[in-house]
Every structure is written in structure tokens, then in C-alpha cells.
Design a protein around this ligand. Structure first.
Ligand code: XMP
Length: 325
């Protein structure tokens, strides 16, 4: 019978046997999979593990700081923080098409990853938080006929990344490859990952860049980050975080007329997307109390400059999608 403890013990043994005294690189996103993997590997090989955290500038308010602090200061895991905000933002200039945004972010991620892994390296192994469903999805990658382990390098597809250049050659370490998501959470808990990460809402790889409709600018990122932060504050304060599959704000490019004091305003609307779902494939908008909507709306309009209207998205998936881009 499968137990989390037995799995962790066996995984640690396997990783140690495979890696020996070599160095392992891990691209840390802060999501459940890569975080669980980082904690597991840290237990197995300690400082032979280097986590690379690339800040593309599209994360939620305070997230990069919190993540680095948690991993480095609280758990003493090797994390290299890479501030790549400017170059990702430069990639967004003039881009309005959602898929083009994803493509450019994915490409830039590869470039940064390549440069930084050369600078920090050499590394013999690349650790990936590949799960069982990912393995099935990309069954084509090279498999070692003896061990059955995947040896080719391919970054997880949901990072929206095509693959690494041929000259960047790593052997793979994928200890989560036989697990489903709920099992990963159990493993995460068992290796000491804090509950706030174990049970965190899904967050898309391209982040806020696909929640700012049309062109992404520094100014719009600041507006959305502040509005999104208020949404989370109010939800957390009421203890409602786990009532939602995801809960976030979207910034629209249109402007509408409003009034503030005796001044006419002409500014952007924020959309609230508060949804419940089992798996993200279908979703429903949440029937939240009006006073929650009222507080969020008042706070955003009063506290976030550049926003003068808040609307609530009452579209299910299907026919809507969870994200707006
Ligand atoms: P949609 O918008 O398709 O989203 O209903 C379904 C789930 O997928 C997430 N999502 C993404 N995750 N990269 C990601 O890593 C992406 O480009 C992306 N687009 C959507 C979305 O947040 C939801 O959980």
C-alpha cells in the first residue's frame, strides 16, 4: 500500500543514489510542484541543490519577496533570485495578442534560464516537478531503456516553454513523476512545506501579463497588483480563501467615466473573477455575499489610482474561460 512516508523515504534514497555528489538545478516557480520538489531535494542532497527563481515581474504583490524569504531565511534552501523584470516587460511592448504574450514570455524564460544556468553552473542534473499526467502527455521524450527514466530535457509544458536548446544538456531528476496532484500535496506536507504553499490557488505561468488585457505596461502592472492585493486581503480576512478555486482581478484596457469628489474621472475598470471549480476544466462564478463585493469595490476605487469602476464576472466555464486571455 502507498503511504506518503514510504514514498518520501524511497524518493530520497533514489535521488541520492542517482545524483551522488553532483549538483542539481531546479527552476522554482513557487507553485506546489516545484516547491514540494525543492523541499524533497533539500532533504535528500542539501546544498547540492540550487533553486533558480526567475522573477519575470508578473507575479502578485509581495510574492517574489515572500517566496525568497521563506525558502532562504526560514528553510535555508539555496535560492538564486534572478530579477528579470525589465527584459520581460520589454518583450511586452506593443503586444496585444494573448498567445503572442505567452510565446514571448516562454521564449524569454528559456533565454534567462540558459544564461543564468551557465553563470551559476555547471550543473549535471536538472530537477523538474513533472507529475504523472505530464509524463503521459509528453511520452515522446527519450527514455532510458534500462531504467525507464526519462533522460531528455524538456521543461514542463504548462510553463509555456517549448524546450531547452540542445547545447544545454542536463540529466533529469523527476521524483514526482508517478504522482497525481493530490499526492504531491501530501508529499509536500510530509517534507515540511508550509500549508500556505501546499494549498495555494493555481496561478498561471505568464501571471499578471494575461490578466492585463491588450498591452502590458509597468503602470498597468502596478494598478493590477494593487487591486489584486485588495481582493486577496478581503478574502483572507473573512477566512474565505479555500472557498475559491481561484480569486483574482483583471484589468481592462477600456476606460469609462466616473466621478470622484467634484472631479470627473476617466479610468479603467477592474473585473473580479471569483470562481469555484473541482479541476479547472469547468468552473462556476461564486455566489459571494454582497458586502464582500461592496468592500472590495469601495476599496479598489478609493485606494487604487487609475481605477474608477469594479465589475463582477458572472460567467461560468464553459462558455467563459477562467482567465480573460
Ligand atoms: P482557462 O482560462 O483556460 O484556465 O479556463 C484554466 C486554468 O489554467 C490556468 N491557465 C494557465 N496556466 N499558463 C499556466 O500555467 C497559462 O498560460 C495558463 N492559462 C490559463 C488558469 O489560471 C486556470 O487555473
Amino acid at each position: 500500500t502507498w503511504t506518503t512516508e514510504a514514498f518520501v523515504e524511497e524518493a530520497i534514497r533514489e535521488v541520492r543514489a542517482r545524483v551522488g555528489d553532483k549538483r542539481v538545478l531546479l527552476a522554482l516557480s513557487g507553485g506546489v510542484d516545484s516547491s514540494t520538489l525543492a523541499f524533497l531535494l533539500h532533504q535528500a542532497i542539501g546544498d547540492q541543490l540550487t533553486c533558480m527563481f526567475i522573477d519575470q515581474g508578473f507575479m502578485r504583490k509581495y510574492e517574489p519577496e515572500r517566496l525568497v524569504k521563506l525558502f532562504k531565511e526560514q528553510f535555508h534552501i539555496n535560492v538564486e533570485y534572478i530579477n528579470a523584470r525589465d527584459r520581460f516587460l520589454a518583450q511586452m511592448t506593443g503586444v496585444t495578442d494573448p498567445e503572442e504574450k505567452r510565446k514571448r514570455i516562454g521564449r524569454e524564460f528559456i533565454r534567462v534560464f540558459e544564461e543564468e544556468s551557465k553563470r551559476l553552473g555547471p550543473f549535471d542534473y536538472l530537477a523538474q516537478g513533472t507529475l504523472y499526467p505530464d509524463v503521459i502527455e509528453s511520452a515522446d521524450t527519450n527514455v532510458d531503456p534500462k531504467t525507464g527514466e526519462r533522460v531528455a530535457v524538456k521543461i514542463k509544458s504548462h510553463h509555456n516553454v517549448g524546450g531547452l536548446p540542445d547545447d544545454l544538456c542536463f540529466k533529469l531528476v523527476e521524483p514526482l513523476r508517478r504522482l497525481f496532484k493530490d499526492e504531491v500535496r501530501k508529499v509536500g506536507r510530509s517534507v515540511g512545506l508550509p500549508e500556505e504553499i501546499v494549498n495555494r490557488h493555481p496561478f498561471p505561468g505568464p501571471g499578471l501579463a494575461i490578466r492585463i488585457l491588450e498591452e502590458v505596461t509597468a503602470e498597468k502592472l502596478n494598478i493590477l497588483r494593487d487591486a489584486d492585493y485588495i481582493v486577496r486581503q478581503e478574502i483572507n480576512q473573512r477566512g474565505l480563501y479555500h472557498d475559491f478555486w481561484q480569486a483574482f482581478a483583471v484589468l481592462l484596457p477600456v476606460r469609462s467615466v466616473g466621478v470622484m469628489g467634484d472631479q470627473r474621472t476617466y479610468a479603467h475598470p477592474i473585473v473580479l473573477r471569483l470562481i469555484s471549480s473541482e479541476d479547472g476544466m469547468t468552473a462556476d462564478w461564486s455566489r459571494v455575499p454582497y458586502d464582500l463585493l461592496e468592500t472590495i469595490s469601495n476599496r479598489i476605487v478609493n485606494e487604487v489610482e487609475g481605477v474608477n469602476r469594479v465589475v463582477y464576472d458572472i460567467t461560468s466555464k464553459p462558455p467563459g474561460t477562467i482567465e480573460w486571455e
